[in-house]
Ligand binder design. Structure first.
Ligand code: PLP
Length: 377
């Protein structure tokens, strides 16, 4: 059977039973399970606020939008970000007319604090940090840089559900943390995400922006008075970004199993580590940062002839992935081409090996064997 990069596992019966409650009650939209999921998420993540949305992409956009409007950032102000990410991260900056300034990546494939320092200008307003594959990289140094230069820190934690640094879920020292519960993430729904601000005022604004700018407080007050049942205020040009109770139902069930799921992901990573330990001269495993207990969304290696290895694995019915192409190679970000040599080099050599909960030890051994066979010839 083919060995795929990702293949999500759902606790189907439990998910169906949660969803059935929504259907029986006639409440599938915003509210009800979305509120319950937000509460469960806060308990799990220790974030003070959590707003359930229909994706991480929109969460990233709202974080940028709200910080921009509340802190008087101007068009063309700059946000430092990584070239090794899914485009959502960087598009979120562009949606608000801000400029993406790319900093190079380090050995963890996360942005390098040394290069960040070189790229800070008087127009820099924030750093958007991605914990690639669940890795924390040099996150603590980034926190310090943000403090020193009074920059907002936005953590794209799309891969980091359950990642701990020195024993604690990462992100309380950021200004906003965004998680993805997209179909193949560690906590898969179909599509949804969570936006966690550290300050109540930003969370309250996000709740208006994510529902067309409608102020729900005025809505519920109006509903107390039967004369004005239909009345609510619209304060902003908002969006249809909020999550719904069907996705929240799935999310709540999946959340119950996230620790055991991540433990198995880490076990898979250890099998890969053991399998490649004697081949360090040819297979460079992207290391996990000290103190990081990674969610292990990805297991990434770097090899010389990556495309050849990719083909060899495909010929053996094994389907790895590439995370990611250097974003400065995309036409729309080509103004930054050449600004991140490590990212450029690594983007041509990295490969993400199959990693999901349905994989058995013997399938991992099959992948290891096929990789070693290719690099040894
Ligand atoms: C690093 C990163 N950021 C953001 C996103 C966007 O997540 P979503 O699909 O939930 O919008 C993804 C999803 O693939 C991602 O990998």
């Amino acid at each position: 059977m083919a060995i795929q990069l990702f293949m999500p596992t759902f606790h189907t019966e439990e998910c169906i039973s949660e969803i059935k409650e929504c259907l029986d009650k006639g409440w599938t939209g915003l509210g009800y399970k979305t509120v319950l999921f937000e509460e469960k998420w806060k308990e799990f993540s220790s974030m003070p606020y959590a707003h359930f949305l229909n994706s991480a992409t929109v969460g990233l956009h709202l974080a940028i939008k709200i910080f921009k409007s509340e802190n008087n950032w101007n068009e063309e102000d700059e946000v430092i970000s990584t070239p090794i990410t899914f485009v959502s991260t960087n598009h979120a900056i562009g949606y608000e007319g801000l400029k993406v300034v790319f900093a190079d990546v380090d050995e963890y494939l996360c942005i390098d604090p040394v290069d960040i320092k070189k790229k800070i200008t008087e127009r820099t307003k924030a750093i958007l940090y991605v914990g690639l594959g669940g890795n924390t990289g040099r996150y603590k140094e980034i926190v310090e840089i943000c403090k020193e230069h009074k920059l907002k820190l936005i953590l794209d934690a799309s891969h980091m559900v359950g990642t701990r640094l020195d024993g604690e879920i990462v992100g309380r020292d950021a200004d906003a943390v965004i998680y993805s519960f997209q179909a193949v993430k560690n906590l898969p729904t179909a599509d949804s995400g969570m936006l966690c601000f550290m300050e109540e005022k930003y969370d309250a604004l996000a709740r208006q922006y994510s529902w067309l700018g409608i102020n729900k407080d005025t809505y519920s007050r109006a509903n107390d008075d039967s004369t004005y049942k239909w009345k609510y205020d619209v304060n902003y040009l908002g969006y249809k970004y909020h999550g719904n109770s069907i996705m929240a139902s799935i999310g709540m069930v999946q959340l119950k199993y996230i620790e055991q799921d991540n433990a198995y992901r880490r076990q898979i990573a250890r099998w890969y580590d053991d399998g490649f330990s004697k081949y360090a001269h040819k297979i460079k495993v992207i290391p996990t940062a000290n103190g990081c207990e990674s969610s292990r969304h990805l297991y990434i290696i770097s090899v010389e002839n990556r495309d050849g290895l990719l083909k060899h694995l495909n010929d053996n019915d094994i389907y790895p992935g590439v995370h990611y192409r250097d974003n400065t190679e995309y036409p729309m970000y080509s103004y930054a081409k050449g600004s991140c040599p490590n990212a450029h080099r690594l983007s041509n050599s990295v490969l993400s090996l199959p990693l999901h909960l349905r994989l058995t030890r013997s399938e991992i051994e099959t992948v290891i064997k096929a990789v070693i066979q290719y690099i040894s010839r």
